[in-house]
Design a protein around this ligand. Structure first.
Ligand code: IDP
Ligand code: MG
Length: 153
């Protein structure tokens, strides 16, 4: 199964939306294989958002990601990267479809509740950035036999 990185941003933590968002992933049938609260800093954000460091909004983005701790999650499932991106919705929450996390909980292009890895390759890099191997757990959820047909996993 694939694994992907989700970050519950300060906009989720401070607004009290952590449970709502985590619950969506659980109800979908995704497996939460790792989860912890961390305070991000300049160094890790410059790495994580390396593709955006030259953009004018980068200082504001960085600040917004450090105003509170965040929750980092490793989410596992068949096609987890694409499934979680679809659940996340468009970057600008005002354009995100209703029914997506950003579409339902945010009005902002920046304070948009969660980060989700955008490819299998980036998911691997990002998970290694935020988690030690020992913090990602391989266990069998009780409902696994009812989440997928035998030939899907
Ligand atoms: P993504 O989070 O949907 O993958 P990226 O383009 O990777 O979008 O941007 C990372 C984060 O940077 C976004 O989630 C958002 O918080 C912020 N961001 C992206 N574009 C803008 C912008 O034009 N203005 C302000 N913030 C932005
Ligand atoms: Mg991105």
């Amino acid at each position: 199964m694939e694994q992907t990185l989700v970050i519950l941003k300060p906009s989720a933590v401070i607004r009290g939306l952590m449970g709502e968002v985590i619950s969506r992933f659980e109800k979908k049938g995704l497996i939460i294989a790792g989860m912890k609260m961390v305070q991000l800093d300049d160094k890790i954000l410059a790495e994580h958002y390396a593709h955006l460091v030259s953009r004018p909004f980068f200082p504001s983005l960085k600040k917004s990601m450090m105003v509170s701790p965040v929750v980092v999650m490793c989410i596992r499932g068949v096609d987890a990267v694409a499934v979680v991106r679809a659940m996340t919705g468009a970057t600008n929450s005002r354009k995100a479809e209703p029914g997506t996390i950003r579409g339902d909980y945010s009005m902002s292009g920046q304070q948009n509740i969660i980060h989700a890895s955008d490819s299998v390759e980036n998911a691997e890099i990002e998970l290694a950035r935020f988690f030690d191997k020992s913090e990602i757990f391989d266990f069998k959820p009780a409902m696994l036999d009812y989440l997928y047909a035998d030939d899907e996993i």
